[in-house]
Design a protein around this ligand. Structure first.
Ligand code: CA
Length: 515
C-alpha cells in the first residue's frame, strides 16, 4: 500500500475558476480537494480542475485571464482540458492600453562576476574562437578543421575555452535581395560579434556564393582591430589552394593568430550590468507558469535592477498578452515597436495560412497546457514586473540596458540563435517536459519546472524550480538562487549542458524566399 497522498492544487489568482493539480501522477476520482470540490474524474498532473460548475460557454480564468470558454458542461471537480475548451480569438491591436509603466525598480548593488572585457566594451562569459561562414557549402570543411584545431592547437592555448564553427543553412540558393533577407544576413553578421568571441572575426567562404564576405561584413561592421585590413577570410576556391589539406592549413594558420590573442586574455571583475541575458522556455507544461518562469521573472527583475540587459522573446507566446506588454512599455515608442513586431509576425504566419495556435505541441497539451493563451500567460512571467525599455527586431543587436523585448519566433533553436546575434552572453532556459538543449556559443542554465523532471534528469537540469510547487521553496528564494548561479556560470562555472558538450545547431530565421 502506498501512503495516502495529500492532494495539492495551485490556483494562481483568487478570481480563477480552475486550479492545477500538483501531485506526481495526478489525482484519482473521488479525491476531496482541501477547501474545494471532490474530483468527479481522475485529473493528471499539471492539468486543470474546475473549482465550480462551469456550464458550456463559461469563461475559464487562469492567471485572472480568460484562457477559453467551456465547450461542454463541466461540473465542479471535473477535468478542464484542451478538448473541452474553445480558444478565444487573438487580441486586436486596436484600442490597446496606452503605456502606464510600473515604477522603475530600485537599484541593486554589490554584485559582480568575472568576465572577459572586449575592445568594444562588451564582456564575454566564455573565451571562444568562432569561425563564421558565408554559406552552408563550407560546413563539412569547417567541421574537419574544427576537429583539427581542437586536437592540435587548443592544448597550446589553455585560456581558450573552445572553438566554434558558426555553420548555417543560408548564403546561397536564396532570394538575397528580397526585403526580408536582411533578417538572416544581419543574424549571421551579428553572431560573429557575440561578446563570447572576443572580437576575433574569422570567416570561411566558398567563393561563388551569393552572400560574399564583403556583403556579410561590410566596413564598419567589424571590430576595430580588423578595420584596416578587414576580417580574416579563407576562401576555398582561391587558386592558391591545391588539395584539401591546403584549405585546412590556411584555416589553421589563421586560427593560430586569433588563438594567440584570445589566449592572452584574463577574466576581470565586471559589474552585473555587463550581462546580456536571454530568457526562453521550451517543452513547457502547466508548471512553467507557476514555478520556473516566475522564478526566472524574479531573477530578471534582480538583473534589471543591477543594470543588466535581459531579453525576453517568443512572439507567439507573448501575442495573447500584447495588452499587458503595451501597458508595461516605458514609452509610446516602445509600445508602438511591440505592436509593429507582433503585427509583422501575425502577417508572416498568415502568409503561411497559420496563426499563433500553431505553437502548442502534443507535449504541452499532455503537460496540461490547453492552448496558446494559457501557454502565453505562463511564458510572459519570465519578463518579471518592471517596465519594458526597448524592442529589437529579429537578428538585430541589442544596444541598451534594461528589459528588452527581442522579437523572435518561439522555436527554441531559432530564438536562441537570434538572442545570440543580439549579443547574449548568458542563456536561461526553463522546461517542464524536459529538453537537453544547449548552445556551443554561450552557457545555458536549464531550470526544471517539476521535482519529477529534476529527479529523473538530475545531470541535465541546473536548477529545480519544482520545489516551489511542493512548498519547499518560495519564488523569491528560487529567484535569488538562480541569480547567484547566473553570476557563477558567467564567471566560468560549467552548466550540465557544457559538462556533457550538448550543443544544438544554430538555426536562422529566414522569412524570405529561397530559389
Ligand atoms: Ca522556446
Amino acid at each position: 500500500m502506498n501512503a495516502p497522498v495529500t492532494p495539492r492544487t495551485i490556483r494562481i489568482h483568487p478570481d480563477d475558476n480552475v486550479a492545477v493539480v500538483v501531485n506526481d501522477g495526478g489525482l484519482p476520482a473521488g479525491t476531496a480537494l482541501p477547501g474545494g470540490p471532490t474530483l468527479v474524474q481522475a485529473v493528471p498532473q499539471g492539468h486543470k480542475v474546475a473549482l465550480a460548475d462551469l456550464p458550456a460557454g463559461t469563461a475559464v480564468r487562469r492567471y485572472n485571464v480568460v484562457i477559453g470558454h467551456t465547450a461542454v458542461d463541466i461540473p465542479a471537480g471535473g477535468w478542464v482540458n484542451e478538448q473541452r475548451l474553445v480558444m478565444p480569438g487573438a487580441r486586436s491591436f486596436d484600442d490597446l492600453p496606452a503605456p502606464q509603466p510600473p515604477a522603475e525598480l530600485p537599484p541593486l548593488e554589490g554584485h559582480s562576476f568575472q568576465g572577459y572585457r572586449n575592445a568594444d566594451g562588451s564582456v564575454g562569459t566564455r573565451n571562444l574562437l568562432a569561425v563564421t561562414t558565408t554559406v552552408q557549402c563550407v560546413a563539412g570543411v569547417l567541421e574537419f578543421a574544427v576537429e583539427r584545431i581542437k586536437k592540435d592547437l587548443l592544448p597550446k592555448y589553455p585560456n581558450v575555452d573552445g572553438v566554434v564553427g558558426l555553420t548555417h543553412s543560408y548564403g546561397c540558393g536564396v532570394a538575397i535581395d528580397a526585403p526580408d533577407a536582411i533578417i538572416p544576413i544581419r543574424t549571421v553578421r551579428n553572431l560573429a560579434m557575440n561578446p563570447n568571441f572576443g572580437g576575433e572575426v574569422m570567416v570561411l567562404s566558398l567563393g561563388c556564393e551569393k552572400l560574399q564576405p564583403e556583403r556579410l561584413l561590410p566596413p564598419g561592421s567589424i571590430p576595430i582591430s580588423d578595420e584596416r585590413q578587414g576580417p580574416d577570410v579563407v576562401c576555398l576556391q582561391d587558386e592558391k589552394h591545391v588539395g584539401f589539406m591546403s584549405m585546412i592549413d590556411s584555416i589553421l594558420t589563421q586560427a593560430k593568430t586569433h588563438l594567440e590573442r584570445l589566449n592572452a586574455r584574463q577574466r576581470t571583475t565586471c559589474p552585473v550590468s555587463e550581462l546580456v541575458v536571454g530568457v526562453q522556455c521550451g517543452g513547457s507544461d502547466a508548471f512553467s507558469g507557476i514555478t520556473a518562469n516566475p522564478a526566472v521573472g524574479f531573477a530578471t527583475d534582480l538583473l534589471v535592477r543591477a543594470g543588466a540587459t535581459v531579453m525576453f522573446s517568443e512572439n507567439t507566446e507573448v501575442r495573447d498578452a500584447v495588452d499587458q506588454l503595451t501597458r508595461r512599455a516605458a514609452t509610446q515608442e516602445v509600445a508602438d515597436a511591440i505592436v509593429r513586431e507582433l503585427g509583422w509576425y501575425d502577417a508572416y504566419l498568415a502568409r503561411g495560412q497559420a496563426d499563433r495556435s500553431a505553437n502548442t505541441t502534443p507535449g504541452n497539451k499532455k503537460g496540461g497546457l490547453s492552448n496558446i493563451v494559457e501557454k502565453a500567460m505562463g511564458s510572459i512571467v519570465k519578463s518579471g514586473n518592471g517596465p519594458i525599455h526597448g524592442v529589437i527586431a529579429p537578428g538585430e543587436k541589442v544596444r541598451q540596458k534594461g528589459l528588452i523585448f527581442a522579437a523572435t519566433p518561439a522555436s527554441d533553436f531559432i530564438c536562441g540563435t537570434l538572442q545570440l546575434a543580439a549579443g547574449m552572453n548568458l542563456h536561461v532556459f526553463t522546461t517542464g517536459r524536459g529538453t537537453p538543449y544547449g548552445l556551443a556559443e554561450c552557457p545555458v542554465i536549464k531550470v526544471a519546472t517539476r521535482n519529477d523532471l529534476a529527479r529523473r534528469w538530475h545531470d541535465l537540469m541546473d536548477i529545480n524550480a519544482g520545489r516551489i510547487a511542493s512548498g519547499e521553496a518560495t519564488i523569491e528564494e528560487l529567484g535569488w538562487e538562480l541569480f547567484h548561479r547566473m553570476l557563477a556560470v558567467a564567471s566560468g562555472e560549467k552548466t550540465w549542458a557544457e559538462k556533457w558538450g550538448l550543443h544544438n545547431d544554430l538555426v536562422l530565421f529566414n522569412p524570405a524566399p529561397v530559389t
